[in-house]
Ligand binder design. Structure first.
Ligand code: BTN
Length: 325
């Protein structure tokens, strides 16, 4: 309902079209046209109506719709399915459920808002409507389950490249799953998987990227620590464009990872690494230890030296609780 009217108004690119002309093209009365105009306005379209001139489109809501998304993709062939929810509890939960029901490799689950967005370590992920990107990628990669944690880093590299391309900002990465802009977190990644001892059944990679959220509207405890693309670039982004750049970038990084391992993305990681050379507090294997980070190895493991120790540890999974700025 209203789609044809929307197309007519979009075709006219902000010029007035008379109610009579629209009615003729829709095959309806002028009263019915008016009803459809009201419907589009309720969905967030800005439509001016002027007696004698008709209607014209002033603005569109920032929608994420499959036809436009696919028209913007360069690697259309990679992505097999796209599911969009105006609101859901968590796109990771939806994607894990779909994976259990046999959904295809390279399925994207995206939502305008989440009611129970999840972060790492049981944290909540703020997911208000209309502003940001919340999505989960469902993959069935032909790799050993031991390599599954590397997908978080592959995704981080892909996201950083996309963010830089759309915004012109410089993105940095904090092992294993955070993207920073100017010292504040703008995105997080939450990977979950299902595996047999020797076979990875599927991995779901959840990405939350603050796009147009106003940092001043963040909850108090996040205000100093978090930001968004808009917060730094000072302009609004169309989410579908950011999403398309990320999905293209991910398809490229995934291909490089399958053919050459994380090694082929290591230099892209290294030049954005915020932790290398820094003193940190690491939570790993049930303990919290202080030490220095010396980078990341070719398998995406954190190279870490405990305070007072000479041995270098290679940490496959963990969390950095504090780091030197
Ligand atoms: C973190 O930094 O702790 C990870 C945050 C991951 C948030 C995303 S939003 C889309 C997907 N669905 C979720 O419930 N979480 C991830």
């Amino acid at each position: 309902m209203g789609e044809l009217l929307r197309r007519i108004l979009e075709e006219c690119e902000g010029r007035f079209v008379s109610g009579q002309e629209i009615g003729r093209r829709l095959g309806t009365s002028r009263a019915a046209v008016w009803k459809q105009v009201q419907g589009l306005r309720r969905r967030g379209f800005g439509i001016e109506g002027a007696r004698g001139a008709g209607y014209r489109l002033l603005g569109r809501p920032d929608l994420i719709e499959e036809p436009e998304l696919f028209s913007l993709l360069s690697h259309r062939e990679f992505w097999k399915s796209f599911l969009f929810f105006p609101v859901t509890d968590s796109t990771n939960t939806r994607a894990m459920e779909l994976a259990g029901k046999g959904a295809a490799h390279a399925t994207v689950v995206c939502a305008d808002a989440q009611t129970s967005g999840r972060g790492r370590l049981g944290r909540k992920w703020e997911s208000p409507p209309g502003l940001n990107l919340y999505l989960s990628l469902l993959l069935r990669p032909p790799v050993d389950p031991l390599r599954a944690p590397q997908f978080t880093l592959v995704t981080a590299v892909a996201l950083a490249a996309a963010v830089e391309e759309v915004s012109g900002l410089r993105a940095t990465l904090k092992w294993p799953n955070d993207l920073y802009l100017d010292g504040r977190k703008a995105a997080g990644i939450l990977a979950e998987m299902s595996a047999d001892p020797d076979r990875l059944r599927h991995v779901v990679i959840g990405v939350g990227l603050n796009v147009n959220a106003e940092p001043s509207a963040f909850p108090e405890e996040l205000r100093e620590k978090a930001t968004s693309l808009k917060g730094l670039a000072g302009r609004t982004f169309r989410r579908v464009e950011v999403l398309a750049r990320f999905l293209d970038s991910f398809a490229e990084c995934y291909g490089a990872f399958l053919s050459g391992g994380f090694k082929s993305l290591l230099s892209d990681w290294n030049r954005r690494d915020v932790l290398s050379g820094k003193r940190v507090l690491l939570r790993h294997g049930g303990e919290e230890v202080r030490g220095r980070v010396l980078g990341v190895d070719e398998s995406g493991r954190l190279l870490f030296r405990r305070e007072g120790a000479s041995r270098l540890e290679k940490v496959a999974s963990g969390e950095i609780l504090e780091f030197e700025r």
